[in-house]
Design a protein around this ligand. Structure first.
Ligand SMILES: NC(=O)c1ccc[n+]([C@@H]2O[C@H](COP(=O)([O-])OP(=O)(O)OC[C@H]3O[C@@H](n4cnc5c(N)ncnc54)[C@H](OP(=O)(O)O)[C@@H]3O)[C@@H](O)[C@H]2O)c1
Length: 325
């Protein structure tokens, strides 16, 4: 009988419960979950911030990796190693903060060799989204020779993977962070220059001196508006997150006078083929990238505490969840 972290709409919100198999959703594939992880959206769901959870009770966890135990769908069989990210799992469908879950076959991607399921969740939705951002920038024509690429929220899950992957691909990465105590770690990930978040928070002019050829932005708000004003001619910005603010107080000036492109990145509903391609690119990254990532490994009962810490800006790198711990 699998244990799960269950969210309720009365207190206490998050409860560790043991589920009967018959309580699991009636879906085609049962997965024994090896690892999940904590994303910003999970932290909001677990603490009740925003409108992430649509229906209670709900097992949160927007991603997991594990091993199929049984399947009525011909695409999967027992012992297959699989990854699930997105599709509204952990928001409207029961998710990964459990020892086992039943899910739709359409939501699963095979875990590509040589990635272990633990390594897959060290990347998780954060690493997948960072990889999708890099793919989007490169497809728009950005190359390492074009100039520096700036990453905001650099110490966070998406940000730190973006720093790491961009540096590996030969880009000169400038990291914006609100955590000066993580400067040395960001340099170890491959950041060429570290900039203080405070320098980007106040309202700037519609166009500023040009500084960057590309950007991966995980925070939105005034910081993104300021980056847009500082992009080189034909600069490319991947808009990924809203850890700072969902608003975008900008003008059309960077777009019409400098030909800047703002490129949206979504990891939740991207089609299967692109998802699989991104995971294959992740699996081809050298192990050295994994060894530099900061990882905090916790069990299901630690999740509420780490969720509060994440929203208060007290985490960095990745929070890995071992449901059997
Ligand atoms: N588009 C997609 O499919 C997708 C996928 C995954 C995540 N996201 C979004 O991307 C964002 C980051 O997610 P994550 O899982 O990487 O979260 P995370 O690990 O908590 O990282 C967020 C980082 O943003 C910075 N930050 C936090 N509060 C801020 C504030 N008030 N103003 C400016 N910067 C702030 C911090 O970095 P520093 O201290 O280093 O500045 C923090 O570490 C979230 O908005 C999430 O919803 C989107």
């Amino acid at each position: 009988m699998p244990r799960a972290l269950m969210l309720h709409d009365d207190a206490p919100r998050a409860r560790l419960e043991t589920l009967d198999e018959s309580q699991l959703p009636e879906r085609a594939v049962r997965v024994a979950i090896d690892y999940s992880d904590l994303n910003y959206k999970d932290a909001m769901a677990v603490t009740g911030h925003g409108k992430i959870v649509r229906e209670y009770p709900l097992v949160p966890g927007i991603d997991f990796a594990g091993t199929v135990t049984d399947s009525t769908d011909a695409r999967f069989a027992a012992d297959d190693r699989v990854i699930l990210t997105g599709w509204g799992v952990g928001e409207r469908h029961w998710g990964g903060f459990a020892e086992a879950m039943r899910v739709d076959a359409d939501w699963l991607v095979p875990c590509p060799q040589p990635l272990s399921t633990r390594q897959a969740m060290l990347f998780g939705t954060a690493g997948l989204t960072a990889m999708l951002s890099v793919m989007r920038l490169k497809e728009a024509g950005l190359g390492p020779g074009d100039g520096p690429v700036v990453v905001t929220g650099a110490s966070g899950g998406v940000g730190s993977w973006a720093v790491s992957i961009l540096a590996h691909e030969g880009f000169e990465v400038h990291a914006i962070t609100g955590k000066p105590e993580q400067n040395a770690w960001l340099e170890a990930l491959g950041a060429h220059a570290i900039l203080s978040r405070a320098n980007f928070e106040s309202r700037g002019r519609p166009l500023e001196s040009t500084q960057w050829a590309g950007a991966v932005d995980t925070v939105g708000g005034q910081i993104l508006a300021n980056l847009l004003a500082q992009m080189n001619y034909a600069g490319k910005v991947a808009a990924v997150g809203l850890a700072g603010d969902a608003a975008l107080p900008t003008t059309v000036m960077p777009f019409i006078l400098r030909g800047v492109s703002l490129l949206g990145v979504d990891s939740v509903y991207i089609p299967f083929d692109r998802r699989r391609a991104a995971w294959q690119r992740i699996a081809a990254l050298p192990n050295a990238l994994l060894s530099h990532m900061h990882v905090e490994e916790v069990g299901l009962d630690d999740v509420p505490d780490r969720a509060h810490a994440m929203l208060e800006g007290r985490t960095h790198g990745r929070v890995l969840i071992d449901p059997r711990r």
